[in-house]
Design a protein. Sequence first.
Length: 736
Amino acid sequence: MMDYKTTLNLPRTDFPMKANLPQREPELLAWWEQERLYERLQEAGKDRPLYVLHDGPPYANGRIHIGHALNKILKDIIVKSKTMAGFHVPYVPGWDCHGLPIEHQVLKELGEKKTQLDTLAIRKLCREYAEKYVNIQRDEFKRLGVLGDWNHPYLTMDPAYEATILREFGMFVEKGGVYKGLKPVLWCTYDQTALAEAEVEYEDHTSPSIYVKFPVAQSPRVLGSAGVFNMPFPSDVESVSVVIWTTTPWTLPANQAVCLHPDIDYAFVKVGSEVFIIANLLVESVAKACSFPSYTILGVKKGREGFESLETQRPLTTGLSPILLGDFVTLDQGTGCVHIAPGHGQEDYVLVLQHNASATPGERLEILAPVDHAGRFTDVVKEFAGQHVLKANPGIVEKLKASGRLLGHGSITHSYPHCWRCKNPVIFRATEQWFISMETNQLRQKAMEQIEQHVRWIPSWGKDRIGGMISNRPDWCVSRQRVWGVPIPGFTCAGCRTVLADPTVIGYVADLVAKNGVDIWFQKSAAELIPSGTVCPQCRRTEFEKEKDILDVWFESGVSYAAVLKPRHWWPAALYLEGSDQHRGWFHSALLAGVTTDDRAPYDAVLTHGFVLDGQGRKMSKSAGNVVAPQDVIKQSGAEILRLWVSAQDYREDLRISNEILNQLIEAYRKIRNTCRFMLSNLYDFDPAVHTVSYERLPELDRWALMRLGELIPRVTKAYENFEFHAIFHALNNRA
């Protein structure tokens, strides 16, 4: 009998139907490493056009989460697709290693032992902690199939990188944009350090809502005279008061002034034997909040019409607060009259500086902030000394009530800044800090020009988002009151207390750090860290004290282009790619650094992706039990399924992931895989030199298939150029 099977040319392939990804992927990764795949690709592409995607450094604490996986896979898709498109695409991963989260975790693990350790011992433990998670995260990123120079990553705690941080800071100093001064900054009372704008998150918070009267020092008779308001008050009026509204009663002990808007109409509202000064448009809402039994408006005056010559009695301390005029007063809520505590508010601070600039010595107001690092009142506020300011609010309200100064009391839930690390509410507190000016050398204006004219933003709304942040941000507070980081290379004269921040001195310190690591700053005295012969520019003394604060970690990561790209001649980067939260973080600090030191952004384009939510569109949390861990997906289904999930999503919006979504992608993967297997099996014995058929001789169905392929190729190519990977997935999946 003839075996007719042997007479048929059946499909044949060694490509297996079942992927067995969890088992096969580690074998493939090991082969990549054995063959030095990344290095060979770099060698082969060295003469091609350069395309650099600069890696934003993840923080080296904890294992990677699904957001990390999304970010690194997106980068890997771009690196590999650009390589296949004919570019030389080096990819150097990096890690952010300094900062409070690591220091906080180390101190937490130490418990009471932390009091027995010095700064160097704590720094050593922080370094070991960071090294541990760099290695863990590196292995987890490699398991995702991400190709890169994993043997030579950049770490912000490497001595060479630390020296670059100092040299870049020295360039800021040389340009004249760095200063040290007493100024209100966002302050975390739990972590006891200043924060930058990028380090706060706005969450709902319930605060007191109180209306307080500030009696005007002048009598009603004087106020009503022709020399002041020319508005005679009824004979039964015993006092005239400005009414302020605040949600921070704890700032009242630091009150220095009251502010009105020059162009707002203010009503003189008679309630019984008192007259209250309130913005005319807000009288009704204030009357309701303060439960006025009835009221009469005696007259209306604009803020500029006589108020600026008056003084009011402070509600909790002795002394008088002048009435000042300011354009920042609004009618959104409150009374149109603002209590001014320059030690606890940016606008308050600026207003008082303007006042003091033209005031006589006796008229100048104090930048008062009677609050310690832990957020507790100092002895200046004797009645509440030692109490945390937020916990002192009820007692302050009671004191106002007892003194007759409280007109109304309630509560309000509003958006309030919280520390992004410990999640506790923060305060504004005036302290001595180091700042980078946004106005010196037109830093703000130049940054805005780069945003508007020279950078491609993907999606396009990123331009408006970062532009709004740059246009409104205050000066950059770059000092932190911690130990795990790079020190600010500044010195203070032991005699006249002049602050010395000199580019030559900073360069000298940077050279020491490059050779010895930044621990040398904590090991050596000021005399050993400063060049011989350095003298104070004011008093000519040679004795100095070294700075105790460290630099903001956003400054450290922001200058990564100088540490990683410039030495390799890869600058500027073609692309930065991170989550949309980095408009206020890494994209932001890198832009300010690049504009200051090199007059341009360090990137040509910025691409942002959304956040990962669960299948119902909810934020993931352990308490909700809806966390999808990349490690679990890889163990069960393989990294390729996770990569397929990334490629199938429109990452410009928030993404969803769940077991149901992953199961759908597993089916899509099988479909694509088996289609590839079918094609390979039919091509096993195809020899182009022998079997190629001219287009004219092809059957109509084959020509139709070629037409469809011809339509697909430019569509896929364009989608890669526009970073629209989900369009590629759906185009292929619909044809598979």
